[in-house]
Design a protein around this ligand. Structure first.
Ligand code: GLV
Ligand code: MN
Ligand code: MN
Length: 412
């Protein structure tokens, strides 16, 4: 099998997909099920069909593009990632795994390889939590990690539920049918940019993920009486934003002082109401994102945050409500796929690093129902979720080549 990756086509398509964006280039904003995202999805489906793949979409919009093997009943060897992008993102997060996955399949087709197992590209719906508050919607439903009833009720920032959005998009409401039958996958591999600096710093071209960290997120609402910025004396105030400021620093400190470098805690959203220069803030809405490779340590941080909410509430006499949106377990990658990836690296004389993924991915949830592994490529300075996110062409091509080799090895 002489396997080559079509570099020009893959790089061109990454740029083309980036043009489906609600932000000015180089930034990419592509929130799930917006008109822009729907156009990108249609573009993706057309490309998969052009490659001769059989395309289907489930009730939450996960897109499957299948290359049938000689044994149509054999479990699937899957690959894929997401194409939705947070506000002001870059063009590689998720996209490298989707377009790299498609190019890996096209490369295998052109090499004359014929798989026994079906090889399937999967484009997950809403890996990013931007619209519905929790990430990995598609993979949560595929793996049965989120019930269809709970999913239907998820409400976007605009007050529309997921159910309403799916119906308006023509997907219907049959979320019960999204969960994969058991044994669906032989293996699933996600190619992704590292979103951290380690590969670049150590000048290692590929990372083989052994474990995906456990993410959790909270929505916190702080309320006080507000009032006139001139009239209310400092001694009489219960300023919701001052309480939020204290809480944000405590959340940072809970992440910093866990004793492990793998603990991270972030407040990425802070909305202030009424948001007037001459009005004491009466409501602040915060998000908190806490992650760790160790579940107990992550949960200890969550408990610390809860306790801090209570103590700040008493001290400042404001109400603080916190709602746990998700608290997911970490996932281990499958040794057999790790070995297949390592063999493919060795075959091409490529050095690789065994590493954990501190970012979460749809693979975290697919790992609950299938053997999973992830392949990382470096990204410049470790930047991600920002417009200057960058992966070098040679790294993208290398990752795609190793992905293709591994898909071939697992589907023989
Ligand atoms: C995924 O985008 C994450 O936030 O880890
Ligand atoms: Mn992301
Ligand atoms: Mn991603």
């Amino acid at each position: 099998m002489s396997l080559t990756i079509n570099r020009d086509r893959l790089l061109f398509e990454i740029d083309e997909l980036a043009s489906f964006s609600d932000a000015e280039a180089p930034a990419v904003t592509r929130i799930v099920f917006t008109p822009t995202d729907l156009k990108a999805r249609a573009w993706m489906k057309a490309h998969c069909e052009e490659a001769g793949l059989t395309v289907r979409q489930d009730a939450v919009g996960n897109i499957f593009a299948r290359w049938n093997g000689s044994d149509a009943a054999a479990p699937v060897v899957g690959t894929g990632s997401h194409i939705d992008a947070i506000p002001n993102a870059g063009k590689f997060d998720g996209v490298v795994g989707v377009l790299g996955g498609l190019e890996a399949i096209r490369g295998l087709q052109q090499s004359g390889f014929r798989p026994r197992h079906p090889i399937e590209l999967l484009i997950f719906t809403s890996e990013e939590p931007t619209r519905f508050g929790i990430g990995c919607l598609g993979s949560r439903l595929l793996s049965g990690s989120l019930s269809p009833e709970a999913a239907r009720k998820l409400t976007g920032n605009d007050g529309t539920t997921l159910d309403e959005v799916c119906r308006a998009t023509g997907l219907g409401s049959d979320l019960e049918r999204v969960k994969l039958p058991s044994g669906y996958y032989e293996a699933f591999i996600e190619l992704h940019i590292e979103q951290g600096p380690l590969l670049e710093r150590r000048q290692i071209p590929l990372g083989i993920v052994t474990k995906i960290a456990a993410p959790a997120s909270l929505r916190i609402v702080i309320e006080g009486p507000g009032g006139h910025a001139g009239g209310v004396l400092m001694t009489d105030r219960h300023d919701a934003l001052c309480a939020a400021a204290e809480l944000i620093l405590e959340i940072e400190s809970a992440g910093r002082t866990s004793g492990a470098i793998d603990t991270v805690a972030t407040v990425g959203m802070c909305e202030v109401f009424p948001g007037a220069v001459n009005s004491i803030p009466s409501q602040v809405r915060l998000s908190a994102d806490v992650r760790d490779t160790d579940l107990q340590r992550r949960d200890t941080v969550l408990r610390t945050i809860e306790a801090t909410c209570r103590s700040i509430s008493v001290k400042r006499q404001v109400s603080i409500q916190s709602q746990l949106l998700n608290a997911d377990a970490p996932a281990d990658c499958a040794p057999a796929i790790i070995e297949a990836l390592s063999q493919s690296c060795r075959k091409h004389d490529l050095n690789s690093l065994a590493m954990v993924s501190r970012a979460y991915h749809d693979s975290l949830f697919i790992a609950r129902v299938a053997p999973v592994a992830m392949l990382f490529i470096p990204c410049r300075n470790g930047y991600s979720h920002r417009p200057d996110e960058y992966a070098a062409p040679e790294d993208i091509i290398r990752g795609t080549l190793v992905l293709a080799e591994t898909l071939a090895a697992l589907s023989r």
